[in-house]
Design a protein. Structure first.
Length: 349
């Protein structure tokens, strides 16, 4: 008979059903046993009662009652991947934006995945964290993600305690992230909120990762749809052809900013998935390519993040410089970083 255990949900275990997560660690448990523990309140997540079908999130604490004749199966170690090259070490260490004893912030490069996937080997942020230990015995842990082609501020926690605190801050939305994007055309009004829900597309292998926008009135009746909210503000524009927007994801859905801007009719420049892979924007209309010398890479950058430091409790704001391809675009379009407010939404209030 084991004692009561408290297990922290890993960063790669988010969105799993509680019953499947539990049986993966304790394969001797039956479905009936899991449901009984839920009904009687013995199995809890972050102190609250749950159902077997409850979806768990990274950083949550799962209370597991004493289990007869069941030994936990150790979590499968995350592959470290191939030995890091000197170039990889230099690249990821050069991306360090800020660090202290508890947190490391990176300015993630575009094209570098946050986590691994099929065929990626160890060349992703999570696989390169061995180069970010800086004397600690454990590798830092991702507490949120950015899409592969999105650049900008990415936080890692250096201890489990800080990882739990930052994960909770993201869930409770006490963090504030501001993204910069170049988009086709000029949204009207120039400041507003998008409230379209999002649901995963299922039209084939290529569409599985694509999110479909759902009108707010249809969210509750659309299976799998989740509510999503994005604030946007136009910071500058090139006539009616393109604009520089600040975007704040109030919720954190997959591809939220990209799908929302495309739904408005103003896809992010270089977004082949949501804006047409080769369609050029010739005016105030559809198309995610500007042509000429403008890069075809995605023009979406996590510019800043504000959060309460889990240990010092001090409110912090970290800002990341634009990647090279966006710097070139800004120069070509005559946009200047010093000409816009750090937080246009705060000034509007």
């Amino acid at each position: 008979m084991s004692g009561v255990q408290t297990i922290i949900v890993g960063q790669d275990e988010g969105e799993m059903r509680l019953d499947r997560w539990l049986k993966k660690r304790f394969p001797q448990l039956s479905q009936g046993a899991v449901e009984k523990m839920c009904r009687t309140g013995q199995l809890r997540v972050d102190g609250g009662r749950v159902k077997a079908a409850t979806r768990i999130e990274p950083g949550q604490e799962v209370r597991v009652p004493p289990l007869p004749d069941a030994q936990p199966v150790p979590a499968r170690p995350r592959p470290i991947g191939p030995r890091l090259t000197d170039g990889d070490v230099q690249m990821i260490q050069a991306a360090v934006l800020w660090k202290d004893e508890h947190i490391i912030a990176l300015n993630k490069l575009p094209g570098l995945p946050s986590q691994g996937g099929s065929g990626l080997g160890g060349r992703h942020v999570d696989g390169l964290t061995e180069a970010l230990m800086f004397g600690y015995k454990d590798r830092p842990k991702l507490v949120h993600r950015l899409d592969k082609d999105t650049s900008g501020v990415l936080l890692l926690a250096r201890t489990d305690r800080v990882a739990r605190a930052l994960s909770e801050a993201f869930r409770s939305r006490t963090t504030r992230k501001i993204y910069w994007a170049a988009v086709a055309g000029v949204p009207h009004p120039r400041m507003g909120t998008v409230r379209y829900g999002l649901v995963k597309g299922g039209g084939g292998r290529g569409d599985n990762e694509k999110m479909i926008a759902v009108h707010p009135r249809d969210i509750d009746t659309t299976e799998g749809a989740k509510r999503a909210t994005t604030d946007y503000a136009v910071l500058d524009a090139l006539g009616t052809r393109a604009s520089w927007c600040a975007l704040v994801p109030i919720t954190g859905r997959t591809h939220q900013l990209r799908a929302h801007m495309a739904e408005l009719g103003h896809p992010i420049v270089g977004d082949g998935k949501y804006g047409g892979s080769g369609q050029e924007n010739l005016g105030d209309g559809w198309g995610a390519q500007l042509g000429g010398e403008i890069s075809k890479k995605l023009h979406l950058h996590a510019r800043s993040i504000a959060f309460d430091h889990p240990i010092t409790k001090k409110r912090m704001t970290l800002t990341a410089a634009l990647p090279e391809h966006m710097q070139r675009t800004w120069k070509s379009l005559g946009w200047h970083e010093n000409d816009v407010p750090d937080d246009p939404f705060a000034e509007a209030e």
